[in-house]
Design a protein around this ligand. Sequence first.
Ligand SMILES: Nc1nc2c(ncn2[C@@H]2O[C@H](COP(=O)(O)OP(=O)(O)OP(=O)(O)O)[C@@H](O)[C@H]2O)c(=O)[nH]1
Length: 393
Amino acid sequence: MTTPDPQPDPAESDPVASGTAEPGPVVSGTAAGPGGLRPVREGPVPVILLTGFLGAGKTTVLNHLLRESRGTRIGVVVNDFGAIEIDAMTVAGQVGSSLVSLGNGCLCCAVDASELDAYLERLTDPALGIDVVVIEASGLAEPRELVRMLLASDNPRVRYGGLVEVVDAAEFEAVRERHPGLGGQLAVADLVVLNKADLAGEEGLAAVHAAVAEAAPGVPAVAVTHGRLAPDLLLDRQPRGETFGQLSFEDLLAPEDHGAHLHAAYDSAEFTARRPMDPRGLMAFLDDRPEGLYRIKGYVDFGAADPGNRYGVHAVGRFLRFTPEPWPPGAERLTQLVLIGMGIDKDALTSALTACETRDGAPAPTESASGAIAPDAEPAMWGVLRYVATPEA
Ligand SMILES: Nc1nc2c(ncn2[C@@H]2O[C@H](COP(=O)(O)OP(=O)(O)OP(=O)(O)O)[C@@H](O)[C@H]2O)c(=O)[nH]1
């Protein structure tokens, strides 16, 4: 991932990230920011829900939005399904202090709604001058449930700002086959983003367009690659009035069977290693990953094989990608992975990954390392390098 320009901090202090702030007094007029005084936002802050199945590209869309926000101040809530908050790590560098992370569980039922309320209370404090809040839901969250939660909020500073559903255009049919209910979820959306247009190809994209139009008539759908959605489309988006998609208020407010939710069928495992991973071992694990293991994300430390970089790893279905990036200064050299799937054997996954840790006492990399892959490690890294993307156009 390229390093985007960070957003300016909305406030000099960091009350949101530190978690120490009390909801501040409502002030009017101006708020202090790094660029001087700026008008305090009048009226409730729109809260946009960014949803989509595991690996569809929600974080990619969000990061694009943050890079292209051009002065719009965006507060971000990230909801990871696993205990290691990979999404929060991926987004954190871009939003300064206005990021909060709701970890380990699906926002729609596992996470306490009052926690979300408290975060929204802070993010919509007029002193922060935030124009819009985006909630990136976990890949297993139920959109209807999230809309309900927001509509139920009695915080007068919050208004529901619409739901954007990100779809993996290349995996759409495969995912719908496994989860026929997903088509119906599109109906709640105000905008459908058909991401990964590059992987879907022209014909595939036309088929997904048609399927979405059938599942969610009248809902606009835009095809993009690498989440490059025109920011105005999202930031200016208004929810469609009294009905949300094809759902009426009554539908939205009706109780739902939580047991039927997607995340009831999925499970997550976390893996952390302090010893570097052996590239060949890890590739053997990834090449042979169990069918039900749909999503893997995190960072890998290959130690002396490439001391300068950590490797972002993303697996979505059979898709696999590594993204090397320089270790952030002072970062602890760890491998941290979240694995999400149906019917996964967590212990077996943990043992298989533990077996991939290096055991030969390879020297710990130093900060002064050149960052290049060690020549004698190159053959071992070939398997990994096959899955490194060429720089984006
Ligand atoms: N080729 C291609 N890859 C993409 C595109 N968009 C995202 N990706 C890759 O797809 C993988 C998953 O993207 P994320 O943005 O992390 O997906 P997500 O929906 O946030 O994932 P979860 O939070 O786990 O549900 C990453 O490796 C991305 O780089 C795209 O348009 N084309």
